[in-house]
Design a protein around this ligand. Structure first.
Ligand code: 3HC
Length: 333
């Protein structure tokens, strides 16, 4: 279903000696920790990799509104409704910063959206899972936003200036999102037996899909080596997944909930937890468009795009009239 926009072969990274003078100067800037800015020279592969990653990231933000937006009308109190509404609006804002960052690389938002709508560009696998109960909204904030921040805090150091700066603000807002999710889980876990059972059920269903958010294991990650050499990515998928597990285990313990992994155990030697890998067959199946909600999510985005056509037409007509008015007197002179 999905086409690759760029494929970098991690087993054949160029050495400095094999690079052209421009590529070498570029790599040396990256190695010195300099930020790359929009109008500066960059290898075509760097530009394409960024468009792929930033575009997918932007799509994840706006598709990510859907599973939570679905609960705004059903939030249990007015306060929870207001908080959830603010969070979902934040995600729309994150999408806008990221589409703007991608546009500085020479691709338009319309082009990126067309690639999303035709299934040629991905969004995060996690949003293809349903939110069945109010506890799921807690689990999404706690685990999904928690996993997103684990990645995004590092991405503040990414080498492309506009992406890195977008991440700074996004991370501040994501921390609030993670805390509101954990707060819901604290209330549910300290509630009635039925509420505790809902919280445990939400953790059971969201645990492995959250681990999948970090991408395939390092041995199967096609882009990591080149992306890390360019400092587009700062950590490998497995490094971040391990950090997330280590951070989340004590949080689950505090809630009195059990992580659904009998193999989970502290490993003194590595200074981290041993844990079971997600089911990678399921992951690749979700990426191929066969997750529980892929069709529904993409359908909702396409419908929103089509339903908004009259707004875009109106804006274009207004801009054309305004431009004609501005150029009118000059043309008459
Ligand atoms: N969901 C969907 N696709 C995924 C994926 C996931 N969880 N993890 C990996 N993939 C895809 C990759 O895009 C790539 O496919 P492609 O070649 O067609 O683009 C393929 O699987 C191989 O994976 P790699 O490890 O080689 O790919 P990357 O080097 O790009 O690493 C990544 C994957 C870690 C997700 C990286 O792209 C990244 O850090 N992206 C930026 C962060 C991001 O997109 N986060 C979305 C999370 S949700 C969010 O932020 C919303 C918030 O509100 C919760």
């Amino acid at each position: 279903m999905y086409a690759q926009m760029v494929k970098t072969d991690s087993s054949r990274l160029k050495t400095l000696d094999e690079m052209s003078p421009e590529e070498r100067a570029f790599q040396e800037r990256i190695d010195r920790g300099e930020k790359i800015e929009p109008k500066e020279w960059m290898p075509e592969g760097y530009r394409k990799t960024l468009i792929r990653q930033v575009g997918q990231h932007a799509h994840s933000e706006i598709v990510g509104q859907l599973p939570e937006g679905n609960w705004i009308t059903r939030a249990p109190t007015l306060e929870r409704k207001a908080i959830l509404l603010a969070k979902v609006q934040d995600e729309a804002g994150h999408g806008l910063y990221l589409y703007s960052a991608a546009e500085t690389l020479g691709v338009s938002r319309d082009e990126l959206l067309a690639l999303l709508h035709s299934g040629k560009m991905k969004y995060s696998s996690i949003f293809n899972y349903p939110t069945l109960t109010w506890a799921d909204i807690g689990a999404v904030g706690w685990l999904v936003d928690g996993a997103a921040i684990m990645n995004q805090v590092q991405l503040q150091k990414t080498s492309y200036g506009p992406y890195s700066r977008a991440m700074v603000r996004i991370c501040k807002e994501e921390s609030f999102h993670q805390r509101q999710g954990y707060d819901i889980m604290m209330k549910m876990a300290a509630g009635s037996d039925a509420q505790r059972a809902m919280a445990q059920d939400a953790l059971n269903r969201f645990w492995y899909p959250s681990l999948m958010m970090f991408g395939p294991s390092d041995k199967d990650s096609v882009h990591s080596a080149q992306s890390m050499a360019w400092k587009i990515k700062i950590n490998t998928n497995d490094e971040l997944r391990q950090k997330f597990v280590d951070q989340t285990v004590p949080q689950a313990k505090y809630l009195g909930l059990t992580i659904p992994d009998p193999a989970l155990a502290w490993n003194e030697d590595k200074g981290g937890h041993d844990f079971s890998e997600p089911d990678w067959t399921e992951f690749f199946d979700v990426l191929a468009g066969n997750g529980p909600c892929n069709k529904e999510r993409l359908g909702a985005r396409v419908k929103a795009w089509n339903d908004g056509a009259w707004v875009r037409d109106g804006l274009v007509a207004h801009a054309e009239k305004a431009a004609a008015r501005r150029s009118g007197p000059v043309a008459a002179e």
